[in-house]
Design a protein around this ligand. Structure first.
Ligand SMILES: *Cc1c(COP(=O)(O)O)cnc(C)c1O
Length: 472
């Protein structure tokens, strides 16, 4: 046993020799320091594996080692954050980057990054300015709010609003709205971090105005409403109307706050979606503070938007936590660009990718699927059958969880490899292709594949079927 261990350890190549050999083959064009790290790590990992259980290891020839190194160097040279083709049909896909931005918005990002700007410089007075002023007026124009501030994301928006307005005080929330969003954002936990004391009222399925009324004490400062974005309570249910809650709060001199989550500026019910309150409707109802995400239904960059009454927003603005939660110039540049689109709703629906993906007609989706099928058929039909079928897509981002959008998908039916092999290996491409397996079919839902991405996608799949799908 030990002799086997020892001979395996002795057979491990020397780092310097490997570097020499890699240099000689001249095949890889990477910095020497990177190559050295790769070689050292691979040999160290093998040594540890031998020490742990030599029976599971076998010695490699130097050629085998070289091909291990080369594969790892190629891997290391590629960016870790890769663009990919989203064939899941989930528009606001949190794992795939949520909302994507239009070309004109990404142009703004490049300007913000590549040049100096008036980020915190008032061009009229020549003095220091506020970065928030770049989007505050637009947010007020679009929502009807008196004032606005933007932070890193909606979780931060909820945190800073509660910390400012309700630290050490009581905040009343309905039991039906104690949401967990995922990624460890739970309303009760965020409230605890903010120092606010949570007072739960009502039952999971029903909460009445009198429940709020009876829970108000000397210590109460706020009535909080949380949009139940990612789940539904159905059946015998009731929640208190926003207007009634505002009336009660005004009578008792309390602040009202609403965490809208997805927060849309457009009423999607005109496109056949279930009715959800828009940001404007909540502001109009008289809620003091409203928070929502920048990168969910709004279709912008990651951000947490806080709008509401002037006096309340001013307090939040002067909270020192702002400095810790503040947004950077890229976010501001992208957010301003996306918000400007909303001055003309028809243009916004055309130009903001999230909105156009959510509202594109089934007929256009079918045409897109047919186009992709036609182009793939010409190239890969020897190795893969291609069909199109109708399917359903989801909004994603925790919005409208039970709602399905009729869509179309391209189905790939490989002739010599399994669906699992196909799915896995498309994920490993230099530009990964992410689809889903459903009823023994591999689907690419075309809702989330933009027209200008089709050529690249077809290219990727053609290369894969030409040389990639050799073994199962
Ligand atoms: C998504 C969501 C959040 C968190 O927003 P992020 O922008 O992801 O931080 C908070 N509350 C609700 C109700 C949400 O839907």
């Amino acid at each position: 046993m030990t002799t086997m261990k020892n001979s395996l350890l002795r057979a491990l190549p020397k780092v310097d020799e490997c570097l020499e050999l890699i240099q000689l083959t001249q095949e890889v064009d990477s910095p020497r320091s990177m190559i050295k790290i790769v070689v050292q790590k691979a040999i160290t990992a093998e040594r540890e594996a031998i020490l742990l259980d030599a029976t599971k290891c076998k010695s490699k020839t130097i050629e085998e080692w070289l091909s291990v190194f080369k594969a790892r160097i190629v891997q290391k040279m590629r960016p870790n954050l890769k663009k990919l083709y989203n064939g899941t049909g989930v528009v606001v896909h949190t794992n795939l980057g949520r909302s994507i931005l239009s070309r004109s918005t990404t142009d703004c990002l490049m300007k913000a990054g590549g040049y100096y700007s008036n980020l915190e410089f008032n061009l009229e007075t020549g003095k220091r300015g506020s970065r928030y002023s770049l989007v505050e007026e637009i947010l007020c124009d679009l929502t009807g709010a008196e004032a606005a501030i933007v932070v890193n994301n909606n979780a931060a928006a909820v945190l800073i609003a509660l910390e400012t307005l309700a630290s050490d005080k009581e905040v009343i929330v309905s039991r039906g709205q104690l949401v967990e969003i995922g990624g460890s954002f739970r309303i009760p936990d965020v409230m605890a971090k903010s120092g606010a004391r949570l007072v739960e009222v009502g039952a999971t399925n029903r909460t009445h105005l009198r429940d709020y009324e009876n829970a108000i004490t000397e210590e109460t400062v706020m009535l909080l409403r949380v949009h139940t974005s990612n789940f539904r309570i159905i059946g015998f249910t009731s929640e208190v109307d926003v207007e009634k809650m505002v009336t009660l709060a005004n009578k008792k001199n309390l602040v009202t706050m609403e965490d809208l989550g997805s927060g849309s500026l457009i009423d999607f019910s005109q496109f056949g979606f279930p009715k959800e309150p828009t940001v404007q409707e909540i502001v109009k109802a008289g809620v003091d503070v409203v928070t929502f995400s920048g990168d969910k239904l709004l279709g912008g960059p990651q951000a947490g938007i806080i709008i509401g009454k002037k006096d309340v927003i001013e307090k939040i603005k002067s909270n020192p936590l702002n400095r810790a939660l503040r947004i950077d110039k890229f976010t501001l540049a992208a957010l301003e660009s996306v918000l400007r689109e909303y001055y003309d709703i028809d243009q916004a629906i055309k130009n903001v990718p999230t909105l156009s993906m959510l509202t594109i007609s089934e007929e256009d989706l079918k045409k897109r699927a047919q186009r992709i099928r036609r182009r793939l058929n010409n190239r890969i039909k020897k190795n893969c059958l291609i069909e199109i079928i109708s399917t359903n897509s989801m909004v994603g981002g925790g919005a409208l969880p039970e709602f399905r959008l009729p869509s179309w998908a391209v189905v790939l039916k490989p002739l010599s490899i399994s669906l699992n092999f196909l799915e896995k290996n498309l994920r490993m491409l230099s530009t990964p292709v992410i689809g889903r397996i459903e009823n023994e079919n591999f689907l690419l839902d075309v809702r989330t594949i933009q027209d200008h991405e089709i050529s690249g996608l077809v290219e990727m799949l053609t290369d894969f079927f030409a040389d990639g799908e050799t073994s199962d």
